[in-house]
Design a protein around this ligand. Structure first.
Ligand SMILES: *[C@@H]1O[C@H](CO)[C@@H](O)[C@H](O)[C@H]1NC(C)=O
Ligand SMILES: *[C@@H]1O[C@H](CO)[C@@H](O)[C@H](O)[C@H]1NC(C)=O
Ligand SMILES: *[C@@H]1O[C@H](CO)[C@@H](O)[C@H](O)[C@H]1NC(C)=O
Ligand SMILES: *[C@@H]1O[C@H](CO)[C@@H](O)[C@H](O)[C@H]1NC(C)=O
Ligand SMILES: *[C@@H]1O[C@H](CO)[C@@H](O)[C@H](O)[C@H]1NC(C)=O
Ligand SMILES: *[C@@H]1O[C@H](CO)[C@@H](O)[C@H](O)[C@H]1NC(C)=O
Length: 329
């Protein structure tokens, strides 16, 4: 059940759609550095679609992403966060009020805006937020992506998924139609979309038009699973602290985020990040190629190689299995 898998098995589906340069860079460089070459506001929408302590990792990923964007200079008014928010105070949480995304990680929960929590984390609100349509919202903070033509938008979605669907009810056709509508409204210059879920490639493959300035990258192709990481049972240093019975992160997500943490993002373009790290995990299945890389990403690869990775779908089972095991002891 808890299958051991190495990062090289993870593949990247990369769909480049008419964006020149590195949009990721534009998100994370402080505005003062980019005034010369970037006009407009940087927005982000972060969504953890799941709930329950067995899915700890999705909300941990989103909290971590928030901290990175915040450090990169985005303002809270431009970051919209969807998370059920049932983790920090969960009775199963060994560290009340704290969420970590790495075995030795510090708290990533502090400061995260609670725009849409509980049942307000839903497809209707997500699409309304993307479109900047306040009238279509139900509940929540009312924050939407009120963007204009020069703006840049980053969307990060982490959840379970299946062919053509994220979570239980965000269908690829609805998502792509919404993105086309957003483009037709002329309300962004570039949009970068990261998705972590099983079969996440199926959200975009063959569906996302090449001419709407959207750069989408996914944790898996249209027919494969994505992987949870820092799971109970991991090797020395790589397992979560023993009191955690749940996985702390998702492999694809922590790879780009730990890379972002490790680098000075003011200098790094998305291409560089991609070359350095995402490529290691997703671009090549030949381990020999990985030895050519340098610097912190090597460490990252080695660290993650010895971590236990579990299929997204099995990660819940792993949690319940550990829970049962502990309660029996
Ligand atoms: C978690 O508990 C703290 C302290 O009791 C409280 O301030 C906070 O509102 C709670 N958060 C949630 C999401 O319930
Ligand atoms: C994108 O390309 C397709 C096919 O060439 C075309 O039908 C469509 O109008 C284009 N859309 C935009 C927004 O330019
Ligand atoms: C998707 O990934 C699976 C498993 O890694 C692989 O067997 C399959 O060939 C890939 N499909 C495509 C279209 O790349
Ligand atoms: C966490 O810290 C311990 C002790 O310093 C170290 O052995 C371990 O490798 C670290 N784990 C990770 C994933 O960095
Ligand atoms: C990154 O940019 C800053 C100034 O923007 C510069 O001082 C620093 O040396 C750069 N770092 C690297 C590694 O290029
Ligand atoms: C991996 O390395 C080999 C030889 O070192 C090379 O022929 C091959 O093209 C590389 N594969 C990728 C995906 O870069």
């Amino acid at each position: 059940m808890a299958r051991l898998c190495f990062p090289v098995l993870v593949q990247l589906v990369l769909l480049i759609a008419g964006v020149a340069g590195g949009p990721w860079q534009e998100f994370l460089r402080p505005q003062s550095d980019v005034d010369n070459d970037v006009v407009g506001t940087r927005w982000a929408v972060l969504i953890a679609g799941s709930k329950g302590f067995e899915n700890y990792r999705h909300q941990a990923d989103v909290c971590h992403a928030y901290q990175i964007l915040k450090k990169g200079g985005l303002k809270d008014e431009n970051i919209v966060v969807f998370m059920y928010d049932d983790i920090a105070n969960n009775s199963a949480n060994p560290r009340p009020g704290v969420i970590i995304n790495h075995p030795n990680g510090s708290d990533v929960y502090a400061g995260v805006p609670k725009d849409y929590t509980g049942n307000d984390v839903n497809v209707n609100n997500f699409l309304a937020v993307l479109l900047g349509d306040k009238s279509a919202l139900t509940g929540g903070s009312g924050k939407v992506v009120d963007s204009s033509q020069d703006d840049h938008i980053f969307v990060y979605y982490t959840d379970h998924g299946g062919p053509g669907v994220l979570g239980e009810s965000l269908f690829a056709s609805d998502l792509v139609a919404t993105l086309e509508k957003k483009h037709a409204a002329g309300t962004y210059r570039s949009l970068v979309f990261y998705v972590e879920s099983c079969e996440s490639g199926s959200m975009f493959e063959g569906l996302l038009p090449a001419n709407i300035s959207i750069y989408a990258t996914t944790a898996s192709n249209a027919t494969e699973d994505s992987w949870a990481t820092y799971c109970p049972g991991g090797g020395q240093g790589e397992a979560p602290p023993p009191e955690f019975m749940t996985c702390l992160g998702d492999l694809y997500s922590v790879s780009w985020m730990e890379d972002s943490d490790a680098h000075n993002l003011r200098n790094e373009s998305f291409e560089l990040q991609y070359d350095n790290t995402l490529d290691l995990f997703m671009g090549s299945s030949d381990p020999a190629n990985h030895s050519a890389t340098v610097g912190s990403t090597d460490n990252l690869l080695m660290q993650l190689s010895s971590a236990v990775h579990v299929h997204q779908r099995d990660a819940d089972l792993l949690y319940f299995w550990h829970k049962v095991r502990i309660s029996v002891i």
